[in-house]
Design a protein around this ligand. Sequence first.
Ligand SMILES: C[S@@+](CC[C@H](N)C(=O)[O-])C[C@H]1O[C@@H](n2cnc3c(N)ncnc32)[C@H](O)[C@@H]1O
Length: 268
Amino acid sequence: MSSVSDSLDEQLSPPSFSDGGRELRERIRELGEWFHNLNLHGVPTAPHHFLGDFPNIKWRQIAHAIPENLSGATVLDVGCNAGFYSIELKKRGARRVVGIDVDDRYLKQARFAAAVLGVDIELEKCSVYQVDRIAGGFDYVFFMGVFYHLRYPLFALDRLIKKVGGKLVFQTMVRGSQEADRWEDDYPFSNTEIFEQRNFPAMYFIEKSYSNDPTNWWIPNRSAVEAMLRSSGLEIEAHPEPETWICRPVAALRDGQYILDRELEGSL
Ligand SMILES: C[S@@+](CC[C@H](N)C(=O)[O-])C[C@H]1O[C@@H](n2cnc3c(N)ncnc32)[C@H](O)[C@@H]1O
């Protein structure tokens, strides 16, 4: 696997604009298939995206729920891909934006896009599972479109919560029931009916592939998303569109220790 820094100089040097955008289009093409449709000085990076003008269409639905002025704020964008959210949040004045991803191709695209747009963001190859490597907490943690790509989603959420100093902006694919019910604290062993109810928290496990993507592993229904967010110690403050929740940590620690650490040492 090539390292992100292999062709760093090449990625960071913005193309010439004196040729009507020919070099820009060529460099975009050389960076492979893009998942983010960025507007690089009028040139779209993924004009034929299967979800339309993505993630612009998603951002338009949630942008109002994030402060227009992020002056002084710090942002961690987990699974940043080609940097769409990192760039948008930097444009809102965030002091520090760190984008992490596990995919070199996407990180190279993000570096290129940031250089072309003249946006100062930090990009690092790092998995959500290793987010402890990044020092400190962040005012905003964006965790968009990654949860269902993980084999260990709750482990990742419990680890990531340590980085959330202010708010977590969480987005996942949702399938099954879109209704969120609250449930009793406990049910007797003999109660099997709850599991027949469509709204009961559930995740669909994809053994092979969904939407032609073998990295789609666990797809929750709405109740499951909200139950897991609460169970990880988050309070849901807003739900600006069907796949996105904005939360803040209120009970991430139990007796002074994070839930994940207690679980790992067997004291939860
Ligand atoms: C569906 S894309 C979402 C991209 C972007 N966050 C968005 O919402 O448009 C999923 C991204 O998560 C990244 N990813 C997958 N597993 C990851 C992991 N364990 N840690 C960090 N990023 C991961 C992928 O490389 C990809 O860029």
